[in-house]
Ligand binder design. Structure first.
Ligand code: GLY
Length: 323
């Protein structure tokens, strides 16, 4: 008989504001899905996180567009919203798509319409702080960015007004939150939410709302979720790959490493960072990143606070040969 483990929540490190609430949901007998939603909603509401939900960094036109998805490992049920304007709780709407509609992904005007039908109230997602970061970075990219940044910014630069500069404020080009929960019965759920690649072309979807790219869960094998440049995870089906590699017998760390190494075959002039968190069917967890020193967080029902281990480092390029 399989060992009974306490309920577990694993998240990207920006999930710190939500992980205790997510574990409390499991402690109270809530489902893995409910735990994931409760953790992510707090990240979406966090005004200091410019990569997710309210206060997310906008697209080229200065509009915040949200993507989110959920997947439940029992029955492989999933829901997602993409390119959502004017509504905050993207991950809850993803759950509603899964539970209320015969569909898995609703985008753009349809997502907005659905949010309104579900009783959500519109919110101004763009904060003044995020607006200033958007303007300053766009300005800087056009003048001093590397070749790929310049190409991207110049291509659409005419669409934006150059109003102010604030080079002191660092701004990541992309960021996302991942939550994976496993309840005491071994049921898995995973959620992902993001405002996407800052300064993205309007309407661009990343990996976060794409089941199999940014998010996958199957109770028989495990669950995985991604942050980083979504176009890379979309082209390699990264989250699904991790779960599939476990299905075919790889231990968790090897499944993660192999999925990361797959990214090396991408021909992508914009290639940047990829990060994965994953949990296997027995509740073992790990993380991997193309950037050295990146962390993730985990907490189970027996712990008073989360721990933050370093992810395995799997660089995007092969280590140079020593011979
Ligand atoms: N991983 C988030 C995005 O690329 O939009």
């Amino acid at each position: 008989m399989a060992e009974i483990k306490p309920g577990l929540v694993v998240a990207s490190s920006n999930g710190r504001v939500g992980i205790t609430d997510a574990v409390d949901v499991l402690r109270a007998g809530g489902s893995a899905l409910e735990a994931v939603i409760s953790g992510i909603k707090l990240v979406e509401a966090n005004p200091n996180d410019h990569s997710v939900g309210f206060s997310g960094l906008p697209n080229l036109l200065g509009q915040v567009e949200l993507d989110a998805s959920v997947m439940v490992g029992e029955g492989l049920t999933a829901g997602a919203v993409g390119g959502l304007h004017d509504y905050q709780d993207a991950v809850e709407l993803a759950r509603m798509v899964m539970e209320e509609l015969p569909h898995s992904l609703i985008v753009g005007d349809g997502a907005k319409r659905f949010a309104s039908e579900m009783g959500k109230l519109p919110v101004e997602l763009l904060t003044e702080d995020a607006r200033q970061i958007w303007q300053a970075r766009l300005e800087r990219d056009q003048e001093t960015g590397d070749a790929s940044q310049r190409r991207f910014a110049q291509k659409i630069g005419a669409l934006v007004r150059r109003v102010s500069q604030d080079p002191e404020k660092p701004a990541p080009p992309h960021g996302t939150v991942n939550f994976i929960a496993r309840d005491r019965e071994g049921r898995l759920a995973v959620g992902v939410s993001t405002s996407g690649w800052a300064w993205k072309y309007p309407g661009r979807l990343g990996d976060s709302p794409i089941i199999g790219a940014g998010n996958y869960a199957d109770d028989r094998w495990g669950a995985a979720a991604c942050t980083g440049r979504g176009e890379m995870a979309m082209r390699c089906c990264t989250a699904h790959s991790v779960v599939t590699f476990m299905r075919f017998g790889m231990p968790l760390s090897e499944a993660l490493t192999t999925a990361m190494e797959d990214l090396r075959s991408l021909n992508d002039p914009y290639a940047s960072e990829m990060n994965i968190v994953a949990v296997d069917r027995d509740g073992n967890h790990s993380g991997a990143s193309t950037t050295a020193g990146k962390t993730y967080i985990f907490m189970d029902e027996s712990m008073e606070s989360y721990e933050e281990p370093t992810r395995m480092h799997v660089p995007l390029v092969d280590a140079p040969s020593l011979v």
